[in-house]
Design a binder for this molecule. Structure first.
Ligand code: SF4
Length: 419
């Protein structure tokens, strides 16, 4: 099954969140922002690469020609290359993937192919960085389009987090309390730069995913009095609330304001300081959409991703990571109607894989992750042809010191949450 954004719209007559998404991909790719659609209102930080580079020859190829190039290159390269596809990736890419999964599953999947000299990561930038950190020194990691970033990850940059940390040390001090607990433990979501994972590694902190966030927070509270959680405020708030932490004790930390925009009393009581970040795709889900799904399909089940706002998670029947959503769907009886609040490519794929159930996206507007969308078969063909010619294009290399410290934070996560 090959569905472009136009096919998605045709298959499910509805609006698209920005008309620019219906442009030919290479025009879309030239837009000097994260791209229209889900991330169009995001503030774009300066260092972000805004446009991929692809020779015109590849831009002009038909889907069939690109298909032929990709298949031929893969045949020549054999097991020397492993191709990873994220759940949110379009089907035109996923059909070539050796593994399909979330960012962490994919980084681990790559470890099962130690003989592959190259990992082609069809996801976004932070995912390719994690794969580079976890893979061997002999393996190269490629991100087919360097403009495929993640707007949420870019909402917490190293400089702002360093500045916040300095301020927090002034407010809370740097010495452990009488129980040996440090004043603040930094916790970063997997959706963050390698530099921030390294920051956590250096400062007694840890990484979490959307499926292990509560176990990671427990780990952090065994070692600290409070947590600085970045970049996703919603995952932090939803997880903290499920652990019984009152919402008032989870204030937002706005990096553009003194003391994060909080008064002394709030900071004294705080258990989790939530960074002012969010996923543009998941923040689109609303309680009104859930009410409508229930009105249209009485008895339907609703599951949303924990990057959704807290009222949405509270109103849903369940919340879960990408693998959690898969498991939830599989558990339901045939004939069940299920409304899902996550990225549209993943919802459509789950629906196609479960024809015995009626599955649809809570958001009636077609709005894919617009950064993930930048991985087009043209880029994939170009990087694979490069490998055939002996050239590694668009390699992601994490600085050695950063990789070492980031690995510390990732290994803490593995020890805290045995797989
Ligand atoms: S869906 Fe959201 S968090 Fe995931 S890659 Fe896209 S922008 Fe980033």
């Amino acid at each position: 099954m090959t569905l472009s954004i136009n096919d998605l719209i045709a298959a499910q007559p509805t609006e698209v969140c920005d008309a620019d998404l219906t442009q030919p991909i290479f025009e879309f790719d030239g837009v000097a922002t994260y791209g229209p659609g889900a991330s169009k209102d995001d503030v774009i930080p300066d260092p972000v690469i805004r446009r991929g580079q692809l020779p015109v020859e590849y831009q002009k190829m038909t889907p069939e020609e690109l298909d032929g190039r990709i298949v031929a290159a893969r045949e020549k390269l054999g097991e020397d290359v492993v191709l990873l596809g994220h759940y949110y990736q379009r089907d035109e890419i996923v059909k070539y993937a050796d593994f399909l999964g979330d960012s962490y599953q994919l980084a681990n999947a790559a470890l099962t192919k130690p003989k592959a000299s190259t990992i082609v990561f069809c996801g976004v930038h932070f995912m390719a960085e994690t794969a580079d950190i976890l893979s061997s020194d002999e393996q190269a990691v490629i991100l087919p389009n360097l403009a495929a970033g993640c707007s949420m990850a870019d909402m917490a940059d190293e400089e702002s987090v360093d500045a916040a940390w300095e301020e927090l040390l002034e407010i809370y001090g740097s010495e452990p309390d009488e129980n040996g607990k440090q004043p603040v433990v930094p916790v970063t979501y997997m959706n963050s730069s390698a530099a921030l994972k390294a920051f956590c590694g250096r400062n007694g902190g840890i990484v979490c995913t959307s499926s292990n966030a509560s176990a990671v927070l427990e780990w952090a509270f065994e070692r600290g009095q409070r947590v600085l959680f970045f970049p996703d405020q919603h995952l932090g708030r939803n997880t903290g609330k499920a652990m019984g932490i009152p919402v008032e004790q989870m204030p937002m930390w706005n990096p553009y304001k003194a003391k994060g925009g909080n008064d002394d009393e709030t900071l004294a009581a705080a258990k989790i300081l939530l960074w002012h970040g969010f996923c543009s795709v998941h923040k689109r889900f609303t309680v009104a959409q859930i009410d409508k799904a229930r009105a249209d399909y009485p008895g339907c089940k609703v599951i949303v991703h924990p990057e959704s706002p807290m009222p949405v998670v509270d109103a849903a029947d369940a919340s879960g990571s990408t693998s959690g959503i898969y498991a939830f769907v599989e558990k339901q009886e045939p004939g069940t109607v299920i409304a899902i609040g996550t990225e549209i490519n993943m919802v459509n794929r789950i629906a196609a894989e479960h024809p015995d159930k009626t599955i649809f996206c809570l958001d009636p507007v077609v709005c894919p992750c617009s950064t993930m969308y930048r991985i087009h078969p043209g880029y994939l063909a170009w990087v694979l042809d490069g490998l055939v010619e002996g050239e590694v294009r668009n390699q992601i290399v994490v600085d050695e010191d950063i990789a070492r410290d980031a690995k510390v934070a990732l290994e803490r996560m593995l020890a805290a949450v045995p797989s």
